[in-house]
Design a binder for this molecule. Structure first.
Ligand code: FPP
Length: 289
């Protein structure tokens, strides 16, 4: 049984769980709103996704609606990133991957690109205490070698500073493209085979490709969230989302708060996951995988 404090309402609600070691939500999630607690009451904490991937979209539209410059939407979006990261870590999600900058984003105005790079640097500096407090391991996925030198330095330092943490793996996709990742994986496979003495190299397998992706040691995302209503995957984790459940919300990224995240988790739990088979995804089968 879990006890949750309900913000400004009744002092306690309970959520049942069959975890061997009960999740200590009161201490970790902190006060929850009435809306959040209504989602939490229905959420099965033993059947959360292992890996959540997020396409954070709609920053520009959020700003335009308020007659603000587009970059104001990116600044506002950092709060949603913070909330999502902290909530996922506290719910003991194994991996969270956020799409922060794609290989296509270089086509944006130079000033917006520079703003985004600076925002990321500031974000890493400001959020490091939260990352450490929540025992999060940070990674960066993408062609990071093509990022500005200062960004590369900061991402390297963040990776190193959190490498010995043992909690959630937070991956920030930066200068990331799903097709570029597959090209990089194929080239890495060719490079690994280059010195092989074998005359007829073995055929490439799915497992070999998986092992050469940026996400090699992570489970595939089981839930892909996209904000702002667009029905596209936008070159994000193309190989890894083969069986992901996709949750698209009209909410613009800067408005994506904890209630919206819990709503997405609840929606995920209503889906019947069959992996191309005919059976429902029973908890027993899940545990066996
Ligand atoms: C898309 O909005 C969002 C991005 C380009 C990603 C940037 C995300 C953030 C700055 C959030 C903070 C995250 C971290 C990890 C620092 P858009 O500009 O495409 O919106 P639009 O489709 O409405 O124009």
């Amino acid at each position: 049984m879990l006890t949750l404090r309900r913000k400004g309402v009744s002092p306690e609600i309970t959520v049942s769980t069959t975890h061997d070691q009960p999740l200590t939500l009161p201490a970790t999630l902190g006060p929850v709103t009435a809306e959040e607690s209504s989602f939490l009451e229905r959420l099965d904490l033993t059947r959360l996704p292992r890996h959540i991937a997020v396409i954070m979209d709609g920053n520009g539209r959020w700003a335009q609606k308020r007659h603000l410059p587009r970059v104001a939407g990116h600044s506002a979006g950092t709060q949603s990133a913070r909330t999502t990261i902290e909530t996922c870590a506290r719910l003991h999600i194994e991996a969270l991957t956020l799409y922060a900058f794609s290989v296509e984003n270089w086509r944006r105005p130079k000033a917006e690109i520079e703003f985004l790079m600076q925002l990321l640097r500031e974000y890493l500096r400001k959020e490091m205490p939260l990352i450490q407090r929540n025992n999060i391991r940070m990674r960066f996925l993408g062609r990071t070698e093509d990022l500005p030198a200062a960004v590369q330095k900061d991402t390297r330092e963040a990776t190193e500073a959190t490498a010995s943490n043992s909690g959630m793996v937070l991956s920030i996709a930066l200068n990331y493209g799903g097709r570029a990742e597959l090209v990089d994986a194929v080239n890495a496979i060719l490079a690994a085979r280059h010195n092989s003495s074998s005359v007829t190299p073995p055929l490439v397998t799915e497992d070999e490709i998986t092992r050469h992706l940026y996400t090699a040691d992570l489970p595939d995302p089981d839930l892909l969230i996209r904000t702002s209503g667009e029905m596209r995957v936008s070159n994000f984790l193309l190989w890894q989302i083969a069986y992901a459940e996709i949750f698209v919300t009209e909410t613009l990224w800067p408005d994506f708060n904890r209630a919206r995240l819990l709503e997405a988790l609840l929606d995920f739990q209503k889906r019947e996951r069959r992996y191309g088979g005919i059976d429902a995804d029973s908890p027993a089968k899940r545990a066996a995988r």
